[in-house]
Design a protein around this ligand. Sequence first.
Ligand code: SF4
Length: 301
Amino acid sequence: MNHSPITYIEPLFRPPSEARSLIFQVTNGCSWNKCTYCDMYTQPQKKFSLKPDTDVEAEIVWAGQYLQEVRRVFLADGDAMSLSTRRLLRILELIRQHLPNVSRVSSYCSSFNLHNKSVEELKTLHEAGLKLIYMGAESGDDFVLKSIQKGDTFDGTVEALNRLRDAGIQRSVMIINGVGGKHYSEQHALNSARLANATQPEFLSSLVINHPHGQDRFRAGYAEQGGIYEHMDQHARFQELRTFVGALALEKTIFRSDHASNQLVLKGTLGKDKEALLAQIDTAIAAPDQAGLRPVWIRPF
Ligand code: SF4
Protein backbone atom coordinates (compact mmCIF):
# COMPACT_ATOMS: atom_id res chain seq x y z
CA MET A 1 0.00 0.00 0.00
CA ASN A 2 1.34 3.42 -0.94
CA HIS A 3 1.93 5.89 1.87
CA SER A 4 -1.39 7.51 2.79
CA PRO A 5 -1.65 11.22 1.94
CA ILE A 6 -4.49 11.61 4.47
CA THR A 7 -3.37 14.07 7.13
CA TYR A 8 -4.96 15.43 10.29
CA ILE A 9 -4.10 18.39 12.46
CA GLU A 10 -4.80 17.17 15.98
CA PRO A 11 -6.95 17.23 17.98
CA LEU A 12 -9.57 15.76 15.71
CA PHE A 13 -13.17 15.56 16.93
CA ARG A 14 -16.09 13.60 15.57
CA PRO A 15 -19.52 12.57 16.86
CA PRO A 16 -19.61 9.19 18.69
CA SER A 17 -21.78 7.76 15.92
CA GLU A 18 -19.03 8.42 13.35
CA ALA A 19 -16.55 6.08 15.07
CA ARG A 20 -16.39 3.80 12.03
CA SER A 21 -16.37 6.56 9.41
CA LEU A 22 -13.47 7.65 7.25
CA ILE A 23 -12.69 11.25 8.15
CA PHE A 24 -11.51 13.86 5.69
CA GLN A 25 -10.41 16.99 7.52
CA VAL A 26 -11.44 19.41 4.79
CA THR A 27 -11.20 22.36 7.17
CA ASN A 28 -9.07 22.86 10.27
CA GLY A 29 -10.62 24.31 13.43
CA CYS A 30 -13.79 26.39 13.48
CA SER A 31 -14.48 29.58 11.54
CA TRP A 32 -16.39 31.01 14.54
CA ASN A 33 -14.41 29.74 17.52
CA LYS A 34 -16.12 32.05 20.01
CA CYS A 35 -18.55 29.85 21.96
CA THR A 36 -17.54 30.36 25.59
CA TYR A 37 -18.02 26.72 26.62
CA CYS A 38 -15.96 25.31 23.73
CA ASP A 39 -12.25 24.55 23.97
CA MET A 40 -12.10 22.22 21.02
CA TYR A 41 -10.08 24.43 18.73
CA THR A 42 -8.25 26.91 20.94
CA GLN A 43 -4.70 25.62 20.38
CA PRO A 44 -2.56 27.65 17.95
CA GLN A 45 -2.38 24.83 15.38
CA LYS A 46 -6.19 24.81 15.19
CA LYS A 47 -6.50 28.31 13.74
CA PHE A 48 -9.21 28.08 11.09
CA SER A 49 -8.07 27.22 7.59
CA LEU A 50 -9.25 25.32 4.55
CA LYS A 51 -7.33 22.32 3.31
CA PRO A 52 -6.21 23.04 -0.28
CA ASP A 53 -8.44 21.44 -2.93
CA THR A 54 -5.53 19.52 -4.40
CA ASP A 55 -4.75 17.91 -1.01
CA VAL A 56 -8.38 16.95 -0.43
CA GLU A 57 -8.54 15.45 -3.91
CA ALA A 58 -5.33 13.45 -3.38
CA GLU A 59 -6.75 12.02 -0.13
CA ILE A 60 -10.02 10.95 -1.73
CA VAL A 61 -8.31 9.45 -4.80
CA TRP A 62 -5.95 7.49 -2.52
CA ALA A 63 -8.86 6.28 -0.36
CA GLY A 64 -10.58 5.14 -3.56
CA GLN A 65 -7.60 2.92 -4.33
CA TYR A 66 -7.11 1.40 -0.88
CA LEU A 67 -10.27 1.84 1.20
CA GLN A 68 -13.08 0.64 -1.02
CA GLU A 69 -14.82 -0.94 2.00
CA VAL A 70 -15.62 2.51 3.45
CA ARG A 71 -19.37 3.07 3.82
CA ARG A 72 -19.48 6.35 5.70
CA VAL A 73 -17.49 9.57 5.51
CA PHE A 74 -17.34 12.42 8.02
CA LEU A 75 -16.12 15.85 6.91
CA ALA A 76 -14.21 17.58 9.71
CA ASP A 77 -13.50 19.89 11.58
CA GLY A 78 -15.98 22.01 13.51
CA ASP A 79 -17.93 23.50 10.64
CA ALA A 80 -17.06 22.08 7.24
CA MET A 81 -20.31 23.58 6.02
CA SER A 82 -18.56 26.96 6.09
CA LEU A 83 -17.12 25.89 2.73
CA SER A 84 -18.84 27.27 -0.33
CA THR A 85 -21.49 25.10 -1.95
CA ARG A 86 -19.26 24.85 -5.02
CA ARG A 87 -16.37 23.50 -2.98
CA LEU A 88 -18.57 21.08 -1.03
CA LEU A 89 -20.10 19.76 -4.25
CA ARG A 90 -16.63 19.11 -5.67
CA ILE A 91 -15.69 17.11 -2.54
CA LEU A 92 -18.95 15.13 -2.59
CA GLU A 93 -18.54 14.39 -6.30
CA LEU A 94 -15.00 13.12 -5.74
CA ILE A 95 -16.24 10.88 -2.92
CA ARG A 96 -19.00 9.49 -5.13
CA GLN A 97 -16.59 8.91 -7.99
CA HIS A 98 -13.79 7.26 -6.02
CA LEU A 99 -15.67 5.70 -3.09
CA PRO A 100 -18.90 4.43 -4.68
CA ASN A 101 -19.77 2.27 -1.64
CA VAL A 102 -20.18 5.34 0.58
CA SER A 103 -23.86 5.70 1.46
CA ARG A 104 -23.59 8.59 3.90
CA VAL A 105 -21.50 11.73 4.16
CA SER A 106 -22.01 13.85 7.27
CA SER A 107 -20.56 16.91 8.94
CA TYR A 108 -20.84 19.22 11.91
CA CYS A 109 -22.51 22.50 11.05
CA SER A 110 -23.15 25.78 12.79
CA SER A 111 -26.62 27.10 12.04
CA PHE A 112 -25.28 30.45 10.82
CA ASN A 113 -23.30 28.67 8.10
CA LEU A 114 -26.62 27.88 6.46
CA HIS A 115 -27.91 31.45 6.38
CA ASN A 116 -26.31 31.89 2.97
CA LYS A 117 -27.21 28.47 1.61
CA SER A 118 -30.61 28.18 -0.03
CA VAL A 119 -32.81 25.10 0.13
CA GLU A 120 -32.00 24.57 -3.56
CA GLU A 121 -28.27 24.56 -2.84
CA LEU A 122 -28.77 22.20 0.08
CA LYS A 123 -30.81 19.91 -2.17
CA THR A 124 -27.89 19.68 -4.60
CA LEU A 125 -25.60 18.79 -1.68
CA HIS A 126 -28.06 16.14 -0.52
CA GLU A 127 -28.28 14.66 -4.01
CA ALA A 128 -24.48 14.61 -4.13
CA GLY A 129 -24.33 12.52 -0.94
CA LEU A 130 -24.60 14.79 2.10
CA LYS A 131 -27.11 12.88 4.22
CA LEU A 132 -26.69 14.03 7.83
CA ILE A 133 -25.77 17.23 9.67
CA TYR A 134 -24.82 17.40 13.35
CA MET A 135 -25.84 20.76 14.76
CA GLY A 136 -25.02 21.89 18.29
CA ALA A 137 -27.99 24.17 18.86
CA GLU A 138 -27.04 24.03 22.60
CA SER A 139 -30.11 26.02 23.67
CA GLY A 140 -33.30 27.48 22.30
CA ASP A 141 -33.18 30.44 24.65
CA ASP A 142 -31.97 33.69 23.10
CA PHE A 143 -30.48 35.07 26.32
CA VAL A 144 -28.50 31.90 26.90
CA LEU A 145 -27.41 31.79 23.24
CA LYS A 146 -26.16 35.37 23.45
CA SER A 147 -24.39 34.77 26.76
CA ILE A 148 -22.52 31.72 25.47
CA GLN A 149 -21.71 33.60 22.23
CA LYS A 150 -23.25 30.92 20.07
CA GLY A 151 -23.58 33.29 17.13
CA ASP A 152 -27.22 32.60 16.37
CA THR A 153 -30.73 32.95 17.76
CA PHE A 154 -33.76 30.73 18.23
CA ASP A 155 -35.21 31.96 14.93
CA GLY A 156 -31.95 31.57 13.02
CA THR A 157 -31.44 28.04 14.30
CA VAL A 158 -35.01 27.01 13.48
CA GLU A 159 -34.63 28.47 9.98
CA ALA A 160 -31.38 26.56 9.38
CA LEU A 161 -32.80 23.26 10.65
CA ASN A 162 -35.94 23.61 8.59
CA ARG A 163 -33.91 24.38 5.45
CA LEU A 164 -32.03 21.15 5.98
CA ARG A 165 -35.33 19.30 6.44
CA ASP A 166 -36.71 20.82 3.23
CA ALA A 167 -33.58 19.69 1.40
CA GLY A 168 -34.00 16.11 2.68
CA ILE A 169 -30.88 16.21 4.90
CA GLN A 170 -31.27 14.52 8.28
CA ARG A 171 -30.59 16.60 11.40
CA SER A 172 -28.91 15.50 14.61
CA VAL A 173 -29.38 18.28 17.16
CA MET A 174 -27.48 18.68 20.43
CA ILE A 175 -28.74 20.54 23.51
CA ILE A 176 -26.50 21.16 26.55
CA ASN A 177 -27.99 20.29 29.91
CA GLY A 178 -26.98 22.93 32.46
CA VAL A 179 -25.68 25.51 29.98
CA GLY A 180 -27.95 28.24 31.42
CA GLY A 181 -26.91 27.57 35.00
CA LYS A 182 -29.34 27.86 37.89
CA HIS A 183 -30.66 31.29 36.92
CA TYR A 184 -31.79 30.46 33.39
CA SER A 185 -32.40 26.74 33.74
CA GLU A 186 -36.14 26.76 33.23
CA GLN A 187 -36.20 29.12 30.27
CA HIS A 188 -33.33 27.17 28.71
CA ALA A 189 -35.22 23.88 29.12
CA LEU A 190 -38.56 25.19 27.84
CA ASN A 191 -37.17 27.15 24.89
CA SER A 192 -34.88 24.28 23.90
CA ALA A 193 -37.94 22.00 23.83
CA ARG A 194 -39.74 24.65 21.77
CA LEU A 195 -36.85 24.64 19.30
CA ALA A 196 -36.96 20.85 18.99
CA ASN A 197 -40.75 20.88 18.62
CA ALA A 198 -40.55 23.52 15.88
CA THR A 199 -38.01 21.56 13.87
CA GLN A 200 -38.79 17.89 14.63
CA PRO A 201 -35.19 16.69 14.12
CA GLU A 202 -34.57 13.06 13.25
CA PHE A 203 -32.06 12.80 16.12
CA LEU A 204 -31.84 14.76 19.36
CA SER A 205 -29.27 14.41 22.09
CA SER A 206 -28.54 15.97 25.41
CA LEU A 207 -24.98 16.58 26.61
CA VAL A 208 -23.89 17.92 29.99
CA ILE A 209 -22.04 21.21 30.46
CA ASN A 210 -18.50 20.81 31.69
CA HIS A 211 -15.67 23.24 32.25
CA PRO A 212 -12.39 21.34 31.93
CA HIS A 213 -10.47 24.63 31.79
CA GLY A 214 -12.45 26.54 34.40
CA GLN A 215 -15.52 28.73 34.28
CA ASP A 216 -13.98 32.22 33.85
CA ARG A 217 -14.67 32.69 30.14
CA PHE A 218 -18.11 31.22 30.57
CA ARG A 219 -19.05 33.46 33.50
CA ALA A 220 -17.70 36.50 31.65
CA GLY A 221 -20.03 35.76 28.73
CA TYR A 222 -23.05 35.88 31.04
CA ALA A 223 -21.74 38.96 32.86
CA GLU A 224 -21.37 40.82 29.54
CA GLN A 225 -25.10 40.35 29.00
CA GLY A 226 -25.91 41.50 32.53
CA GLY A 227 -26.52 37.94 33.68
CA ILE A 228 -25.07 35.54 36.23
CA TYR A 229 -23.92 32.00 35.68
CA GLU A 230 -24.23 29.70 38.65
CA HIS A 231 -23.17 26.12 38.03
CA MET A 232 -25.84 23.48 38.65
CA ASP A 233 -25.29 20.30 40.60
CA GLN A 234 -26.32 16.96 39.21
CA HIS A 235 -29.69 16.96 40.98
CA ALA A 236 -30.60 20.35 39.49
CA ARG A 237 -29.50 19.22 36.03
CA PHE A 238 -31.74 16.17 36.27
CA GLN A 239 -34.64 18.47 37.17
CA GLU A 240 -33.84 20.62 34.15
CA LEU A 241 -33.69 17.53 31.96
CA ARG A 242 -37.13 16.55 33.21
CA THR A 243 -38.55 19.96 32.31
CA PHE A 244 -36.95 19.69 28.86
CA VAL A 245 -38.12 16.16 28.06
CA GLY A 246 -41.53 16.86 29.62
CA ALA A 247 -42.05 19.80 27.23
CA LEU A 248 -41.02 17.89 24.11
CA ALA A 249 -43.80 17.19 21.62
CA LEU A 250 -41.94 15.16 19.03
CA GLU A 251 -43.48 12.82 16.50
CA LYS A 252 -40.58 10.58 15.55
CA THR A 253 -37.21 11.59 16.92
CA ILE A 254 -34.50 9.27 18.21
CA PHE A 255 -33.41 10.71 21.55
CA ARG A 256 -30.11 9.93 23.23
CA SER A 257 -28.23 11.13 26.26
CA ASP A 258 -25.30 8.75 25.95
CA HIS A 259 -22.41 11.13 25.31
CA ALA A 260 -19.46 10.61 27.68
CA SER A 261 -20.59 13.68 29.64
CA ASN A 262 -23.91 12.06 30.64
CA GLN A 263 -24.14 10.11 33.86
CA LEU A 264 -27.79 9.29 33.22
CA VAL A 265 -27.95 7.38 29.94
CA LEU A 266 -31.28 7.73 28.13
CA LYS A 267 -32.26 6.13 24.83
CA GLY A 268 -35.63 6.10 23.18
CA THR A 269 -37.87 7.31 20.41
CA LEU A 270 -39.99 10.36 21.07
CA GLY A 271 -42.87 10.60 21.41
CA LYS A 272 -43.63 6.90 22.04
CA ASP A 273 -41.03 6.45 24.79
CA LYS A 274 -41.61 9.78 26.52
CA GLU A 275 -43.25 8.38 29.64
CA ALA A 276 -40.55 5.73 30.07
CA LEU A 277 -37.80 8.34 29.72
CA LEU A 278 -39.52 10.63 32.20
CA ALA A 279 -39.80 7.74 34.66
CA GLN A 280 -36.05 7.14 34.33
CA ILE A 281 -35.34 10.82 35.00
CA ASP A 282 -37.73 10.81 37.97
CA THR A 283 -35.80 7.93 39.48
CA ALA A 284 -32.54 9.81 38.95
CA ILE A 285 -34.03 12.81 40.78
CA ALA A 286 -35.60 10.93 43.66
CA ALA A 287 -33.20 8.01 44.11
CA PRO A 288 -30.01 8.51 42.08
CA ASP A 289 -28.41 5.41 43.60
CA GLN A 290 -31.17 3.31 41.98
CA ALA A 291 -31.02 5.03 38.59
CA GLY A 292 -28.09 3.06 37.16
CA LEU A 293 -25.97 6.19 36.79
CA ARG A 294 -22.56 5.91 35.21
CA PRO A 295 -19.91 6.19 37.90
CA VAL A 296 -18.21 9.58 37.93
CA TRP A 297 -14.84 8.00 37.13
CA ILE A 298 -16.10 6.97 33.68
CA ARG A 299 -16.59 10.60 32.77
CA PRO A 300 -13.54 12.21 31.23
CA PHE A 301 -14.37 15.63 32.72
S1 SF4 B 1 -19.29 26.72 16.61
FE1 SF4 B 1 -18.90 24.66 17.46
S2 SF4 B 1 -16.71 24.28 17.16
FE2 SF4 B 1 -17.07 26.49 16.85
S3 SF4 B 1 -16.63 27.43 18.84
FE3 SF4 B 1 -18.83 27.01 18.77
S4 SF4 B 1 -19.09 24.94 19.67
FE4 SF4 B 1 -16.90 25.21 19.18
